[in-house]
Design a protein around this ligand. Structure first.
Ligand code: SAM
Length: 177
């Protein structure tokens, strides 16, 4: 079985955008408990590298570390584990909300910025970036940056994402390198 309901969100994203090609090399940011790793593998990913603050039970074919992605040493560590430029960078990063709107907003944006910088620095040309974002988030600047770097940038709200949640996903394809 799938380790998370989140797995179905990635399934819907991939059904629509076909980002997970056979043999793909994938980095998964915020990978616990591993649902996206499982889904990426079931769609043909050859090598998945992941990071999360929480420990993740091992999955054959995936390398996952327990670490804080905001630690400046971690991006290089993930790339070392990957060995070569990834075809796909996934980010489902989300912190535990503290309930203070501005604080939560800043944290969400901070994680999203870091994830997108990681994708821009490391993706293989032609590659794809998928990241959790939030409606009403001040993502204008970030979207502009992504639109310059990718052929195609879209927003997508999976049906399996609760309708009352402001969560949406950014799907960027065709990295120009
Ligand atoms: N996609 C996952 C799946 O299908 O199993 C679910 C991911 S869950 C929605 C978000 C994850 O982001 C949590 O497990 C959380 O621990 C992780 N996270 C939040 N902040 C993080 C950080 N700074 N570094 C690493 N992981 C982080």
């Amino acid at each position: 079985g799938w380790r998370s309901r989140a797995a179905f969100k990635l399934q819907e994203i991939d059904d629509r955008f076909h980002i997970l090609k056979r043999g793909a090399r994938v980095v998964d940011l915020g990978c616990a408990p591993g649902g996206w790793v499982q889904m990426a593998q079931s769609r043909g990913a050859a090598h998945v590298v992941g990071v999360d603050l929480l420990p993740v039970d091992p999955i054959p074919g995936a390398d996952m570390i327990e670490a804080d992605f905001t630690d400046p040493a971690i991006p290089a560590r993930l790339m070392e584990m990957m060995g070569d430029k990834p075809d796909v960078v996934l980010s489902d990063l989300a912190h535990n909300t503290v309930g203070h709107r501005q604080t939560d907003h800043l944290k969400i944006m901070g994680l999203l910025e870091l994830a997108s910088d990681f994708a821009l620095d490391n993706l293989k040309p032609g590659g794809a970036f998928v990241a959790k974002a939030f409606q009403g988030g001040e993502t204008e600047h970030l979207l502009l940056k992504l639109k310059l770097a990718f052929r195609d940038v879209k927003h997508f709200k999976p049906k399996s994402s609760r309708a009352d949640s402001s969560e949406i996903y950014i799907v960027a394809q065709g990295f120009k390198g």
